[in-house]
Design a protein around this ligand. Structure first.
Ligand code: CDP
Length: 226
């Protein structure tokens, strides 16, 4: 059996998509592409330019013109990749709480999605790629060779995100992290366009009781048709 060349991984906030997706791509020698960073980059740029998040027209115009580049890490500081927005390194800024707060409203705008989806498809078409997001299996790459949907209980995901923030040495407030994850899930799954959901042909993995290694092992088994 031929190895899947385009692999889509979707799932809610902090379900382990980025960790598993990055490790999987490394193992296979594929490109790892986290589409969440594109929505985050538009959000960060809007906040930085004083554009109101509610101003759909202005945010959409920004998404159309902002040059987002994702490349191999340029600094050895634990990052999975480097993200440039109009040439500026914004990799860590994209993880800030104010971006978390505003990214779901931004990504619900149809014009923003259209602009970013085009760029994501261009990357996906080349194959040998692990693409991670919310709508990869359903909208961006509906013909992906393998679709995986990673899930976990909200309690477990909040715990993971909280530990992640703490490990970066940032001030972390458990309740805040919980509210932010819940709110994002709620907006992402209820938006009319490209809502968060598993594609009918996706393999759903409940990662709640599993370690990263165990999830990776399951995914590798699927890749190898085991
Ligand atoms: O890492 P985490 O799951 O917390 O978030 P992310 O994958 O970086 O995505 C951030 C936000 O971007 C999500 O909450 C969605 O609102 C949006 N997003 C999207 O709408 N479609 C995608 N394909 C990827 C992200």
């Amino acid at each position: 059996m031929r190895r899947p060349s385009t692999i889509a991984i979707d799932g809610p906030a902090a379900s382990g998509k980025s960790t598993v997706g990055c490790l999987l791509a490394e193992r296979l020698g594929y490109l790892y592409f986290d589409t969440g960073v594109m929505y985050r980059a538009v959000t960060w740029a809007a906040l930085g330019r004083g554009i109101a998040i509610e101003d759909e027209a202005a945010v959409t115009a920004l998404a159309r013109q902002l040059k987002i580049e994702v490349m191999r890490p340029t600094v050895d500081d634990g990052r999975q990749y480097t993200v440039l927005a109009d040439g500026q390194d914004v990799t860590w800024d994209l993880r800030r709480p104010e971006v978390d707060r505003s990214v779901s409203p931004v990504s619900a705008y149809p014009g923003v999605r259209a602009a970013l989806t085009i760029q994501q498809r261009r990357i996906g078409r080349k194959g040998r790629v692990v693409m991670v997001g919310r709508d990869i299996g359903t909208v961006v790459l509906p013909n992906a060779d393998l679709k995986i949907y990673l899930d976990a209980t909200v309690e477990e995901r909040v715990e993971r995100r909280y530990r992640e923030v703490v490990s970066r040495g940032e001030p972390a407030d458990y309740e805040r992290v919980r509210d932010s994850v819940r709110r994002r899930d709620q907006i992402d799954s209820s938006r009319p366009l490209a809502p968060l959901r598993a594609a009918p042909d996706a393999v759903v993995i409940d990662t709640t009781p599993l370690s990263v290694e165990q999830v990776l092992e399951r995914v590798l088994a699927l890749v190898d048709g085991r």
